[in-house]
Design a protein around this ligand. Structure first.
Ligand code: TPP
Length: 530
């Protein structure tokens, strides 16, 4: 039965996937993708059906578990933020080589403008790199509808489908009309089980098959089922609008647009449609959120002197989110009237919450490190990254999840002392564990602080994979039990914490200090529930 729901773009994906007969969502939290899994976790149909929705340890384990579910014939969804694709890439690219059985859709949520990320990488490159179809909705209804198409496409060609989102679409709401919920797939096994063993003799055959399938993927794109060509009488310009850019464009031209418009929601780029536009129009404007992915390919495709406007020509900004206003700027139209902020609300830099255990950890660490010349603190990604800002100024690097321990090890290998790593509990299990094994194997002279707030705080308080087991994990990896130290980060324990930190810095080898106190936000929530 059709229902109308007011959904975030992320929630539209989740609802669309449930209605498409989903059997499992596999994800590690990351803005702006987290709400997809949270919606499925809270959905009554999903819980009645027993749809798997438990958080995974990282994006690679998520991708592989989803591939396993697909192998036995069921529909699986994988969700992550764009940088998660770097972690999952090995499994993702090779899943394109093996092919899939049940539908496998991979949602990569990009974050242009870096609202909550360390870069602006555009996940469409991963789709092209892995040679799989990419789907990119322009609004919430399409997010709902296209996720079902993505599952169908995945099963039709036995290929993973990449579903690209951007922050603005993931995190804004619109009314979405839903359809009936499809049954889940029954268990079924691959018709050619050999293709799943990617030894060179198999992989060579599979790669040829994947290359041959590119033509079929192109036909799907040209078929204009979700890509659309809208003719226009003013041929001085043709506009190619990808994903949310189409939404922004039509926000201005509510009553129709005079220029021909090619709306791109599916890749590979529909070559014939682009050539048709090239033949009919004097110049082209390519609008897309993220990197100039389509523009670069279109320039390569045409290479005949036609003027192509876009990010590479400087008519649209190379950095930051695309907006309706900068599209209007590229069209020579004055932007919509903007209103000045009233001044009542003043922007301020983010800060650790008052009462957060990371604060007490940094207060103790800073005091001890003042006793050493040139101490270096390699941090990781989480709430504790805010230790870079006032008042702590406590860390010297943040690169990617898990990098704290390995960077501290590399610096210690070079002779740096003290070489300290600060990592959170969730980030430790995400990708710090393997680095700890390297450090133990090399008996690196480093001090690791796993600042354990018993949750994945930065992304809103999701379960953390190693809660209750961090000491055993470290000891199991080989850290000397007497150098796995636990403390409660509170002002009243400051002296004890300082003593532990000092002792472990002076110990020549790998030591792990675990300041443990529940995140103040999740503690509040738990107290409220009780
Ligand atoms: C590869 C990757 N995946 C996900 C994220 C999003 N993210 C940033 S920090 C973080 C986890 C933080 O949890 P934890 O390490 O426990 O620290 P806390 O925020 O709780 O202090 C996540 C999921 C990311 N930046 N990179």
């Amino acid at each position: 039965m059709n229902k109308k729901l007011l959904l975030l773009g992320d929630e539209a994906i989740a609802q669309g996937a449930i209605d498409a007969g989903l059997s499992g969502v596999y994800a590690y939290p990351g803005t702006p993708s987290t709400e997809i899994t949270e919606y499925i976790q809270a959905n009554p149909v999903a819980s009645t059906r027993g749809i798997h929705s438990k958080w995974c340890t990282n994006e690679k384990t998520a991708m592989e578990a989803a591939l396993g579910m697909s192998y036995v014939g069921k529909r699986a969804l994988v969700c992550m933020k764009h940088v998660g694709m770097n972690v999952a890439a090995d499994a993702f690219v090779n899943a394109a080589m093996s092919g899939v059985n049940g539908g496998l859709v991979v949602v990569a949520a990009d974050d242009p403008s870096m609202h909550s990320s360390q870069n602006e990488q555009d996940s469409r490159f991963y789709g092209k790199f892995a040679l799989v179809p990419i789907i990119e909705p322009s609004n919430q209804q399409e997010a709902y509808d296209f996720i079902q198409l993505a599952f169908d496409l995945s099963e039709k060609y036995k290929i993973p489908v990449l579903f690209r989102m951007v922050t603005r679409l993931a995190h804004s709401r619109a009314v979405v009309t839903t359809r009936d919920t499809r049954e889940e797939n029954p268990l079924s096994y691959p018709t050619n089980p050999g293709q799943w063993v990617l030894m060179p003799l198999v992989a060579k055959v599979r790669y040829k098959a994947l290359i041959a399938d590119q033509e079929k993927f192109m036909e799907e794109s040209e078929g204009l089922s979700i890509n659309k060509f809208f003719d226009g009488k003013d041929k001085s310009l043709g506009i190619i609008a990808c994903g949310i850019a189409y939404n922004y464009l039509m926000e201005h031209f509510k009553d129709g647009i005079d220029y021909p418009v090619l709306k791109v929601s599916q890749y590979p780029l529909p070559k014939k449609q682009i050539m048709k536009m090239r033949r009919e129009c004097d110049a082209l404007l390519v609008i897309e959120d993220g990197q100039p992915f389509a523009e670069e390919m279109i320039r390569g495709l045409l290479d005949d002197g036609i003027k192509v406007y876009g990010k590479l020509s400087g008519d649209l900004p190379r950095t930051g989110e695309l907006t309706p206003d900068n599209i209007m700027g590229a069209l020579g139209i004055a932007p919509a009237q903007a209103y000045e902020a009233c001044g009542l609300v003043v922007s301020r830099p983010p800060a650790l919450c008052m009462g957060c255990g990371h604060r007490d950890m940094y207060a103790a660490l800073n005091e001890v490190l003042r006793e050493y010349k040139d101490a270096k603190v390699f941090s990781d990604i989480g709430c504790y990254t805010l230790g870079y800002l006032s008042p702590f100024h406590a860390i010297h690097s943040v690169i990617d999840m898990g990098a704290s321990i390995t960077m501290a090890k590399g610096a210690a290998d070079a002779g740096q002392h003290p070489s300290v790593a600060v990592i959170g509990d969730s980030t430790f299990t995400h990708s710090g564990i393997t680095g700890l094994l390297d450090a133990v194997n090399a008996n690196a002279n480093i001090t690791i602080i796993i600042s354990d707030n018993l949750t994945t705080g930065m992304t809103g308080g999701q379960d953390s994979a190693g809660t209750g087991r961090l000491e055993q994990i470290c000891i199991g990896i080989g850290v000397e039990p007497s150098h796995v130290r636990v403390a409660i980060p509170l002002p009243k324990n400051m002296e004890e914490m300082k003593t532990i930190i000092r002792e472990e810095i002076n110990y020549k080898g790998v030591s792990v200090i675990i300041p443990r106190r529940e995140c103040i936000q999740t503690a509040r929530r738990h107290a409220k529930k009780q």
